[in-house]
Design a protein around this ligand. Structure first.
Ligand SMILES: NC(=O)c1ccc[n+]([C@@H]2O[C@H](COP(=O)([O-])OP(=O)(O)OC[C@H]3O[C@@H](n4cnc5c(N)ncnc54)[C@H](O)[C@@H]3O)[C@@H](O)[C@H]2O)c1
Length: 282
C-alpha cells in the first residue's frame, strides 16, 4: 500500500516554469472573452502562454495585455479545425519554450441554430469539427509533449448547454455534450500518465459573443433569474480554468465544473416577471 502523504508547496496556484496553450485566446472586441481571460490569468500565475486564434490581431491584443502586466506570451494565427495548424501550434510552443504543460481547449462556435429537420448537414459537420474535433486534434499533438514532461493538465470549455437541452439549436448542446463526455473519456485514458483532463461548463457569461446578441432587457432578466442575482464574465470562467490547470487541482480529473451562478442547480422566479411569463420559463 502506498502510504506516501502529500505536503503542498507554499503556493500550489503558481505556474512558474509551465507552458500553456490557449485556443481562441483572442476576442472579437477589445473586451474579455473566456479564452482571453483564461490566458491572462494563467500568465499572472507565471505560465508562458501560446495564444492561438484564427484572427491574429485578436491574439496579438491578448499578448499585449499580458506583456503590459509583465507576463510572457506569444500570439499565433491558427485554425484549430485544421490538423496541420494544431500540430504547428504545439511545435511552436515547444520551439519557443521547450515544453507543453497545459492545454486550454476554448474555441467554440454557436453553429447552425436549427433543429434536426431544418439544419444543413454541411453546416452541422463544419461546426462539429470546430467544437469537438478541434479539441481531439489539439490533444493529439499536446499529449505526447505532456508525456515527455511526465504530467499535464487539459481544460476543455463546454457549456451548461451541454448538460441540458432546451435551446433552439440542436448543434450547440450536442457538441458541448460531446465535450463533456470526451473530457471523462480522455481523463480515463491519460490519468495513469499524470495528465489530468477536466472541463468547465460556463453559463451565459457576458462576453463579446453574447454582447452582440443580447438586449439590455434580456440581460437584466437573465441576471435576476440566476441564483446569485449577478452577471458572470469571462473572468469567472478564467478563474475556474486557472484552478483546474494548477496543482491546486492535482487530485481532480474528469470533472465537469459548471460556472453558471447555479443555473444547472435551479432557477429563481424573477420578481419582475409576470406570473404567466415566469411559468413559461420554468
Ligand atoms: N460566452 C458565453 O456565455 C459562453 C457560455 C458557455 C460556453 N461558452 C464557450 O466558451 C468558449 C469561448 O467563448 P467566448 O464567448 O469567449 O467566444 P468568443 O467568440 O468571444 O471568442 C472565441 C475566439 O475563438 C476564435 N476562434 C473561433 N473559431 C476558431 C478556430 N476555428 N480556430 C481558432 N480560433 C477560433 C475567435 O476568433 C475568437 O477570438 C466557447 O467554447 C463557447 O462555446 C461561452
Amino acid at each position: 500500500m502506498n502510504t506516501e502523504t502529500y505536503t503542498p508547496p507554499r503556493d500550489a496556484s503558481r505556474l512558474d516554469g509551465r507552458v500553456a496553450i490557449v485556443t481562441g485566446a483572442g476576442s472579437r472586441t477589445p473586451e474579455i472573452g473566456n479564452g482571453r481571460a483564461a490566458a491572462i490569468l494563467l500568465a499572472r500565475r507565471g505560465a508562458a502562454v501560446l495564444l492561438i486564434d484564427m484572427q491574429f490581431e485578436a491574439a496579438e491584443q491578448t499578448r499585449k495585455m499580458i506583456e503590459a502586466e509583465g507576463g510572457r506570451a506569444l500570439a499565433l494565427q491558427a485554425d484549430v479545425s485544421r490538423s496541420i495548424d494544431c500540430e504547428n501550434a504545439v511545435r511552436t510552443a515547444v520551439a519557443q519554450w521547450g515544453r507543453v504543460d497545459i492545454l486550454v481547449n476554448n474555441v467554440g462556435v454557436g453553429g447552425p441554430v436549427q433543429n434536426a429537420v431544418d439544419v444543413d448537414p454541411e453546416e452541422w459537420e463544419a461546426a462539429l469539427r470546430i467544437n469537438v474535433t478541434s479539441m481531439m486534434l489539439m490533444a493529439k499533438y499536446a499529449i505526447p509533449e505532456m508525456r515527455r514532461v511526465g504530467a499535464g493538465a487539459i481544460v476543455n470549455i463546454a457549456s451548461v448547454a451541454g448538460l441540458l437541452g432546451g435551446t433552439p439549436s440542436l448543434l450547440y448542446p450536442t457538441s458541448k455534450g460531446a465535450v463533456v463526455n470526451m473530457t471523462r473519456a480522455m481523463a480515463a485514458h491519460h490519468g495513469v500518465e499524470g495528465i489530468r483532463v477536466n472541463c468547465v461548463a460556463p453559463g451565459m457569461v457576458y462576453t463579446p459573443m453574447v454582447a452582440t446578441r443580447m438586449t439590455p432587457e434580456a440581460r437584466e432578466e437573465r441576471r435576476q433569474r440566476s441564483l446569485l442575482q449577478t452577471e458572470g464574465s469571462g473572468w469567472d470562467v478564467g478563474h475556474a480554468v486557472a484552478y483546474l490547470a494548477s496543482d491546486e487541482a492535482r487530485w481532480v480529473t474528469g470533472v465537469v465544473l459548471p460556472v453558471d451562478a447555479g443555473a444547472t442547480a435551479g432557477q429563481v422566479k424573477s420578481p419582475t416577471l409576470s406570473p404567466d411569463k415566469a411559468a413559461r420559463t420554468a
